[in-house]
Design a protein around this ligand. Structure first.
Ligand code: FCB
Length: 473
């Protein structure tokens, strides 16, 4: 890695016009699950199923953003941010997932977009952040090809109604997580543990992305997709033969099954056959639709994955069985890396590697970091402040890595922190806080954390400042 030229004050500067935003998702913040004609989503159903969510939490109220969006937009403006990534709840604007629009649902998003527009905050809108209309799930969900067609219709309908107010569209958020958690392990909605449905859902999500992208581009919109990407690293030098193969297979499983079709119109050679859609599901022309050129790629980065030689039947400290299932290979979590309360490893150099690798794979394709952030055990001090030093440090190191990647050629155009607000963290309910703004869920009071002030400083200066030497680790 080469050192970026720092200013005299030690600050690392970003290119002019860089987007500084935060990211949220409809089910995690909106609440109002049946307001103004909204239909049920799979997350409404799932969160109300006993035993699925910690503490029996649901998204019924969440951050009440359906009613408090003006306050939240004012907060973003007060932080000097120029971007916001949020998602549209499909069943809010098309209750059953097919048929006519629900005008009152569209009105909500139009009002939110107008509020953003008045404050000079550009909207990046995700069309699918996991809340499928329950009625479409009842006819097979993403395991059914029809859902991909319905998704494209919905995308065209929403873009037709709101497109003049939206800077860029994201078709899907993290299809890998939808498939793995929703269809394979069942810890997310719709709670299936069905490998065949998972393999089919993989293809239909990707096809849905491609069909929707084509429909949006016909309307002249800027369009991309957001993938969760995880650099896969080998522990060290001198690993036994077979570990490199373990790395390739793991990379195909966590990244390639989604990235290669989208960037190159093919499924990866190293993916285990059982995870790929059966050839009979892949119609002629599908991969061309999925691999059509995009305007940008959205990247959610949290953690790398590490592999090394080991015995899956006799795991050592910090080792876990490898998802590649290969003999002699294990995954492990290096003891020297910090872990967040989610158990996720903190490793900013993974972000640098990801951005520089992608820029080699897809030269010139604009990249946006559409999520990056961490959970922390935040609390309000007796003085009424939330001093989240771990999150400030996290943002600082990851933004430094992003600045270095840009200097080394990565076409990074924007960064969105996950998240603006503490919110409903899926199967963890309200127990994990990711916001740069603290939410008191009893009163809905918002309290900007130290990280919000730090991030505001970054956005205003368009640069990452040097942290004081005495900053606590
Ligand atoms: C990502 C999700 C996002 C949030 C973060 C912590 O996988 O896209 O909704 O839950 O993780």
């Amino acid at each position: 890695m080469t050192e970026p030229a720092a200013g005299e004050d030690g600050a690392l500067r970003f290119p002019a016009g860089f987007t500084w935003g935060t990211s949220t998702a409809a089910y995690q913040v909106e609440g109002a699950p049946d307001a103004d004609g909204k239909g049920m989503s799979v997350w409404d159903t799932f969160s109300h199923t006993p035993g699925t969510i910690r503490g029996g939490d649901t998204g019924d109220i969440a951050c009440d953003a359906y009613h408090r969006y003006r306050e939240d937009v004012a907060l973003m403006a007060s932080l000097g941010l120029n971007g916001y990534r949020f998602s549209i709840s499909w069943p809010r604007v098309q209750p059953g997932g097919r048929g006519p629009a629900n005008p009152r649902g569209l009105d909500y998003y139009r009002a939110l977009l107008d509020e953003l527009g008045e404050r000079g905050i550009a909207a990046t809108v995700t069309l699918y952040h996991w809340d499928l209309p329950q009625q479409l799930q009842d006819s097979g969900g993403w395991a059914a090809r029809d859902t991909a067609e319905r998704f494209a219709d919905y995308a065209a309908m929403v873009a037709g109604a709101l497109g003049d107010r939206v800077a860029r569209w994201i078709t899907l958020n993290e299809p890998q997580v939808v498939v793995t958690n929703g269809y394979r392990t069942g810890v997310h909605a719709p709670g299936l543990r069905d490998p065949a449905a998972a393999a089919a859902a993989t293809h239909h999500l990707l096809l849905g992305h491609g069909l929707a992208a084509a429909a949006l581009r016909d309307l002249g919109a800027e369009v991309g997709v957001t993938l969760d990407l995880h650099p896969v690293r080998v522990a060290g030098k001198g690993e036994p033969d077979g570990v490199e193969r373990g790395r390739l297979v793991t990379d195909a499983i966590v990244n390639g099954i989604y990235l290669e079709p989208v960037l190159h119109g093919r499924y990866p050679a190293h993916a285990p056959a059982g995870l790929l859609p059966p050839p009979a599901l892949v119609a002629d022309g599908d991969l061309g639709i999925i691999g059509q050129p995009l305007d940008f790629l959205g990247i959610n980065y949290y953690s790398p994955v590490f592999v090394r030689g080991g015995d899956p039947a006799d795991l050592r400290r910090n080792e876990v069985p490898a998802r590649s299932g290969l003999p002699g290979v294990v995954e492990y979590r290096p003891g020297h890396l910090e872990r967040t309360p989610m158990g996720w490893l903190v490793d900013a150099s993974g972000l640098y590697d990801l951005l520089t690798d992608l820029s080699r794979q897809a030269p010139g394709l604009p990249l946006y970091i559409t999520e990056n952030g961490r959970a922390a055990e935040d609390y309000v001090s007796p003085e009424g402040e939330v001093n989240d030093v771990e999150r400030v440090r996290y943002l600082h190191t990851h933004l430094e890595a992003a600045a270095r990647a840009i200097r080394d050629g990565a076409a990074l155009a924007g960064y969105f922190v996950w998240s603006l607000l503490d919110n409903f963290e899926w199967s963890w309910g309200y127990q994990k806080r990711f916001g740069i703004v603290f939410v008191d869920f009893g009163t809905q009071r918002r309290i900007p954390k130290a990280s919000a002030r730090f991030y505001a400083q970054v956005a205003r200066a368009n640069a990452v400042p040097a942290l004081p030497a005495a900053w606590p680790c």
